[in-house]
Design a protein around this ligand. Structure first.
Ligand SMILES: [Zn+2]
Length: 159
């Protein structure tokens, strides 16, 4: 179901609570991209949108397929070091791009092990390129998200 087809007046397949069967319905109200209230074209009854059995099955199948990603949406700075790392490469690249996109050249500090870093700092590493501090692990270690992944680097090391 494309978002475009979900709008008041459009027709969808839905389970009719009056007919007790899957019927063609006209959408009356939409919340977000989901039909909220529908009118059954068979019995003309108005009721809350309910998925057909087929839609439910498809959704369940999709949920199973993408289960490994559910609940692991990467959020900068929220990753506990002990949490299992289930973020995919694509997620990290997207996260990195979001953090780096549109930043001025001079918002990046040249990375040196001596400089103290805090979460969210933008740095430029001679080897790994531009990165963002994802997590300060301890006084001398931090995780930095680079385009090719998270690296554990030293910081605040007094020479
Ligand atoms: Zn009906």
């Amino acid at each position: 179901m494309s978002a475009d087809s979900v709008r008041p007046g459009a027709e969808v397949d839905a389970y009719c609570t009056s007919c007790k069967a899957d019927r063609r319905h006209r959408i009356i109200a939409v919340v977000g991209t989901t039909p909220k209230k529908v009118e059954c074209l068979s019995c003309k009854g108005h009721h809350l949108f309910r998925q057909t059995e087929a839609q439910k099955a498809a959704k369940a199948a999709h949920k199973r397929a993408s289960k490994s990603e559910v609940g692991t949406t990467p959020r900068l700075g929220r990753s506990a070091p002990s949490a299992p790392k289930r973020r995919t490469e694509e997620d990290l690249v997207a996260l990195w791009e979001k953090a780096i996109a549109g930043r001025a050249f001079d918002s990046f500090k040249p990375y040196r092990i001596t400089i103290p870093l805090v979460k969210g700092d933008l740095i430029r590493h001679t080897k790994f390129g531009e990165g963002v501090v994802a997590e300060v692990v301890d006084a001398n270690k931090c995780e930095i998200l680079f385009k090719d992944g998270v690296k554990m680097l030293a910081h605040s090391i007094q020479a």
